[in-house]
Design a protein around this ligand. Structure first.
Ligand code: LLP
Length: 418
């Protein structure tokens, strides 16, 4: 978790008082620090690139705002996309198709056609997908997502590499699938794994990479030379105070070392999402109500799980602070709850806070990954604004929805209108 400065007990973010941002743009609002975004990209890229040819394919499911994509585009990033929507959004932000790799699961024929029509390379997820793709288009460069049996993640819901999950080609079928791909006329270029999301240790990355290395060498013996190994995403970040951070330099050094020593492959791809965007962004939400419910104290705010679903969905911890009472003595324990009509609508539980009052600005930390991108219109609430701050200046990068826009695609059958 990052530490922040304050001025006169007001938290500063990207060189601006959070209260000023909230007053200018309203709440709830996601606020992203451009400088930190560029730093995170450079750090993870540098950790690998100093050892071997490296491509970072930012997993844009974490945050697909066009301005954020544009910044990463300017840094030289590539993209990991999971849908035709993500592919097109990234192209809108300036990414050419050769910088995008598509790794979908349960992919329809329509989507396979649309993605390959655009010239985007596919990481094939199943034998069914391979056979269906062959009927649409052959002689394409491809890669395969292998389920190595090594999984990791902050919650069972996001462990993707374990045996029996819905993702990827089971290990025992891997070699046969590459041979079949060649028979069908494809040109296998790489091998891919994604262990899961938000794990905190280097070990599962090493274990999964070792398995890819063995497969790569077995394929070489059978006449297939791969150009790249893609180790997926999943680098965890610390959400709690004093939580240790995964050492990306160590990760880069250890992974590239075994690839360089044990294979002839000279290019690595990685697909971090969370690592690049998580701590670039805070969610500002205003305290609208304070309640003592038979001894249980609540800070009622204007962002609920429609705005940030991670605490309700995964039980995730996000640190919270009162932005206009930063560093003041805490008075009691509170739950921070939103406006959604469900008891599980919590952003935080049992947090000691400094005398929360109506009008205060509650800052939710580490909201840049899977924050806005998982927000919804539940309870018919409009999607909120996004703001970019850089060197003390703030710019709107997404306006809030108007309520009317939620009706845009709906139709009332004529016979129901009187
Ligand atoms: N590559 C693939 C194939 C993926 O499926 C994912 C994430 C990533 C890369 C990026 O993983 P990251 O570096 O961000 O951990 N909504 C959940 C996380 C779901 C991740 C899904 N796949 C959350 O809020 O924690």
């Amino acid at each position: 978790m990052r530490d922040y400065d304050s001025r006169d007990n007001v938290m500063m973010f990207g060189g601006m008082p959070v209260t000023k941002i909230a007053d200018e743009f309203g709440t709830p609002v996601y606020v992203t620090d451009e400088k930190r975004l560029r730093e995170n990209y450079r750090k993870v890229y540098g950790a690998f690139a100093k050892h071997m040819d490296t491509k970072v394919h930012y997993a844009c499911k974490a945050n697909s705002n066009l301005a954020i994509l544009k910044i990463l585009e300017s840094e030289g990033s590539g993209i990991d996309a999971v849908s035709i929507g993500e592919v097109m959004t990234c192209m809108k932000a300036g990414f050419t198709p050769d910088r995008i790799m598509y790794t979908g699961v349960n992919v329809s024929n329509e989507e396979l056609k649309a993605v390959t029509d655009l010239g985007v390379m596919i990481n094939i997820d199943s034998v069914s997908e391979l056979e269906r793709l062959a009927k649409i288009r052959r002689s394409l460069p491809v890669s395969f997502r292998i389920t190595t049996g090594v999984g990791s993640g902050h919650s069972d819901k996001v462990v993707t590499g374990a045996k029996g999950v819905k993702f990827g080609i089971p290990l025992r079928d891997a070699i046969g699938t590459y041979l079949r791909a060649k028979e069908l006329g494809f040109d296998p270029k790489g091998i891919h794994v994604h262990i899961g999301s938000g794990g905190q240790s280097v070990e599962p990355f090493m274990e999964a990479t070792e398995i890819l290395i063995q497969l790569t060498n077995q394929l070489k013996d059978r006449g297939t030379d791969l150009e790249f190994i893609d180790i997926g995403g999943g680098i965890g970040v610390p959400y709690r105070p004093n939580e240790p951070e995964m050492d990306v330099d160590e990760l880069g050094r250890n992974i590239t070392e075994i690839i360089l020593e044990e294979t002839d492959v000279r290019k690595i791809i990685l697909e971090p999402g969370r690592y690049i965007v998580c701590d670039t962004t805070v969610l500002l939400t205003r305290c609208v109500d304070v309640k003592d419910a038979d001894g249980k104290k609540y800070v009622g705010v204007d962002a609920g799980f429609n705005t940030l679903v991670r605490p309700a969905m995964y039980g995730s911890y996000h640190h919270v602070a009162i932005g206009n009472k930063f560093g003041k003595a805490c008075t009691a324990k509170y739950d921070v709850a939103g406006p959604i009509c469900e008891t599980g609508d919590h952003l935080a539980r049992d947090r000691v806070l400094p005398n929360p009052e109506e009008g205060d600005i509650v800052v939710v930390y580490d909201a840049g990954a899977y924050g806005f991108s998982m927000s919804s219109n539940y309870n018919s609430r409009p999607l909120c604004r996004e703001v970019l701050v850089n060197e003390g200046k703030a710019e709107l990068i997404r306006d809030s929805e108007r309520i009317e826009e939620q009706w845009r695609h709906q139709r009332i059958p004529e016979r129901l209108i009187r």
